[in-house]
Write a protein that binds this ligand. Structure first.
Ligand SMILES: Cc1cc2nc3c(=O)[nH]c(=O)nc-3n(C[C@H](O)[C@H](O)[C@H](O)COP(=O)(O)OP(=O)(O)OC[C@H]3O[C@@H](n4cnc5c(N)ncnc54)[C@H](O)[C@@H]3O)c2cc1C
Length: 467
């Protein structure tokens, strides 16, 4: 590992910023994390992360890779009250039935503020890391010829007109979906990135409920996928302090209701009854919170010919995914690991471009998996080329097998959980089991019919509500 006697500045101290800072702390003398929010000492909500009331599943690939970056972090989660949930304790419903999960894969059951707080505390304790919170990044400073970023100008969020400049050898923008980087690049005379989008009109409504260990036979994570032709799904997750976090989801403008009666009816309208059981029987312990996610967005920095030296963009600032697939944090963690590798191999040369190239496979996989799944809904407007149609045909054969064959179920969950690349589903061993399993299944009973469309009131509304 190369250590540079130098200073890296990471803009945005949410999940992507934290893990990128963790990767850089081993490689730079000093790392400064800047956030416009004043960061809480405890797990708490904050303005800069409006999604933090809603389900935030750290999927198995994220758990494994976060351990790589911050060894022992899973134990820290558990010590702070999070549930570490092994696959047999999940109920994962997709493709018309429940996957037969027996594998030892793990997810973290916790609120987003707890996840972020545990990771923030670990990063705060790293040598050379400093937080500058309550300051927002306004613009970049560069050399006269604008080929190298030399730092960033900050403005205080507390004191009007107070500014300061941080000099840096590397500036990493992880300020999320609203990142100012396209504007900054244009101001410096660079071409800003084009944006790939897919409109999905996803709406979340979330409530917390009291949980007892006996609920749902001890199950701690229920995922009810939205089947093609439907617009409704949901997730329940056991979280700290003996609670369930239940997020009901709608797509294509469908909004799960906020009042408890409507919320309960909506849970009862899903094609699986587990969430309804929780919502109907458990004591509600919070109000309802809503959030809209209109569209996937991928800023194609990776296609730009020129980026200034000493500058990188990562996390949601590059790509944000339909949150139903639980990919964003894990993609950010993977990008952070790639950033470390890039710096080890090339020092501080062309870090931005090299990081984008190194991270492209994980972003591409996550994008294809999630957009591919959303496009199975005939009302989602987007291209459906031949490879997509072939994949769908294969998945229609594979999923019914995963309902009874634990090895195929594990292959599915390892892909969705971002431990394996999607190509792995075509491994000859899996292929053989799909072909054989399909035959066995058809002899035994009918292939499950896709669930019927949604039945309860609260129908489609306009796509594209503000976040
Ligand atoms: C409803 C919803 C549910 C989700 N569920 C999941 C899930 O289950 N699993 C999962 O892995 N991911 C999930 N995600 C995605 C996840 O929240 C993000 O991928 C993750 O937080 C990483 O994003 P980020 O750090 O790049 O940006 P963000 O989380 O958006 O953070 C950006 C940070 O930058 C700061 N900032 C912004 N502008 C400035 C500025 N000018 N100067 C200084 N600071 C600035 C903000 O205060 C904030 O701290 C979900 C997202 C949504 C919307």
């Amino acid at each position: 590992m190369t250590t540079h006697r130098s200073h890296a500045v990471v803009l945005g101290a949410s999940m992507a910023g934290l893990v990128h800072a963790a990767a850089l702390a081993e490689r730079f003398d000093r790392v400064t994390l800047v956030d416009r929010d004043v960061l809480p000492d405890q797990p708490d909500r904050r303005r800069g992360v409006p999604q933090d009331r809603h389900i935030h599943l750290l999927v198995p690939g994220g758990v494994v890779r976060l351990e790589q970056l911050l060894p022992g972090v899973t134990e820290d989660f558990a010590a702070r009250g999070a549930h570490i949930i092994a696959a047999p304790e999940w109920r994962f419903y997709m493709g018309g039935d429940r996957l037969n999960l027996t594998d030892a894969l793990r997810v973290v059951g916790a609120t987003r503020p707890l996840i972020e707080s545990v990771v923030r505390d670990r990063v705060r304790a790293l040598s050379g890391v400093e937080f500058v919170d309550g300051w927002s990044a306004r613009n970049l400073t560069t050399t006269d010829d604008r080929t190298r970023v030399t730092g960033v100008r900050l403005r205080s969020e507390a004191v009007t007109d107070e500014t300061r400049t941080l000099s840096a050898d590397l500036v990493v923008d992880t300020t999320g979906r609203g990142s100012p980087s396209p504007r900054w690049l244009a101001d410096l005379g660079y071409r800003p990135p084009n944006e790939d989008r897919l409109m999905v009109g996803v709406h979340y409504t979330t409530r917390l409920f009291r949980r007892t260990d006996g609920d749902l036979g001890g199950c701690r994570n229920v995922v009810v996928d939205i089947p093609p032709g439907s617009r409704r799904g949901g997730v329940a997750l056991a979280i700290e302090d003996g609670r369930w976090l239940v997020t009901l989801m709608g797509m294509l403008g469908e909004r799960p209701p906020t009042d408890i009666t409507g919320f309960t009816d909506y849970a009862g309208s899903l094609w699986v009854n587990d969430l309804h059981e929780i919502v109907r029987d458990a004591e509600p312990v919070s109000d309802a919170f809503t959030m809209a996610f209109p569209a996937f967005s991928w800023h194609r920095y990776d296609r730009l010919r020129r980026l200034p030296e000493g500058y990188a963009v990562s996390g949601d600032a590059v790509c944000s995914f339909d949150p139903r697939f639980g990919q964003g944090m894990t993609v950010a963690i993977t990008e952070a690991i790639e950033l470390g590798r890039v710096v080890d191999r090339h020092g501080n040369q062309q870090v931005g471009k090299r990081l984008l190239a190194a991270a492209r496979p994980v972003v591409r996989d996550a994008w294809d998996l999630a957009t591919g799944s959303d496009l199975a809904n005939p009302d989602v407007d987007g291209p459906r080329p031949l490879p997509w149609r072939l994949t769908q045909t294969y998945l229609q054969r594979l999923l019914p097998v995963a309902h009874h064959d634990p090895e195929v179920a594990a292959a599915v969950i390892r892909t969705i959980g971002m431990l394996d690349r999607p190509q792995r589903l075509m491994h000859p061993r899996t292929l053989r089991r799909v072909l054989a399993g399909g035959r066995v299944r058809r002899e035994r009973d009918e292939v499950p019919t896709p669930p019927a469309g949604d039945a309860v009131a609260g129908g489609p509304e306009g796509v594209g509500a503000e976040r």
